[in-house]
Design a protein around this ligand. Structure first.
Ligand SMILES: [Zn+2]
Ligand SMILES: [Zn+2]
Length: 249
């Protein structure tokens, strides 16, 4: 059998995607990519799967189709804590995301916002992100972390190699390595090469993710695959839950 890339992370109308489930699967396969649906399961994303009852209905819809079955949980929202292990076991893999991080003063800083608290430096945010990631690794029964370098809007223009110190990168890589979490190389929220290279050299497993929400995005993992190949990662080493198993269970 020839290897075919797996998009571990795409959205449908079960949350904030534009295409229904079947149309996502057709669009992803048309790109020569195997699909996984990873809709938002959270009470803090508008239009998401936001109750245990809805999780059940969502899983049934996925189980009726030939697709990877996943869910993207928000670290800062508690719904994932309420999902029983037998329900988590019906997913092929689960995804956790730092769509917001807790700051040392107990407030929440979100990523999809332009508001920025007085007195917080950009590097303070990176340190808080790393602390939240370490807590996520200890508490969250997930397999992979989506877009681990996603930042609040005001920070996105800062060159990553200046915002992240090499010590920050080493701390992030250590959190992945110690926990067995998979590092998503997102084609939507792209990690910088220096960090991904460090993860590869340490032996962290990577996944491909389009994080697509629209027809022209789902299954588009071109950036992700070009980077993993440029860094010498064998295609077969890229995360496939059927091959590499699950950490979250
Ligand atoms: Zn996300
Ligand atoms: Zn997503």
């Amino acid at each position: 059998m020839t290897w075919t890339p797996l998009d571990c992370h795409a959205h449908s109308t079960w949350s904030d995607g534009q295409l229904n489930l079947d149309d996502v699967l057709v669009a992803v396969r048309a790109r020569g990519v195997r699909p996984s649906i990873a809709d938002h399961v959270s009470r803090d994303v508008v239009g998401a799967v936001d109750s245990l009852e809805q999780v059940e209905a969502y899983l049934i819809a996925l189980e009726q189709r030939d697709t990877g079955r996943s869910a993207e949980f928000c670290w800062h929202d508690s719904l994932w804590r309420e999902i029983p292990p037998d329900v988590l076991g019906r997913f092929t893999h689960t995804v956790g995301s730092l769509h917001a991080v807790w700051l040392p003063n107990g407030t929440l800083q979100r990523v999809f916002t332009r508001s920025w608290p007085d007195g917080l430096t950009p590097h303070d945010y990176v340190v808080a992100l790393l602390h939240n990631l370490e807590r996520l690794a200890a508490e969250m029964p997930i397999d992979l972390v989506a877009h681990p370098t996603l930042l609040p809007i005001p920070l996105r223009a800062i060159p990553a190699e200046e915002l992240w110190t090499e010590a920050d990168e080493a701390r992030m890589v250590a959190a992945f390595l110690a926990s067995g979490l998979v590092f998503e190389v997102s084609s939507r929220y792209r990690p910088h090469e220096r960090l991904v290279r460090r993860a590869v050299e340490a032996g962290v497993r990577l996944s491909l993710g389009s994080d697509g929400h629209a027809a022209e995005q789902v299954g588009v993992i071109t950036f992700s695959l070009a980077l993993t190949r440029a860094l010498g990662v064998p295609d077969e080493d890229l995360y496939d839950p059927a091959v590499h198993g699950r950490r979250g269970l």
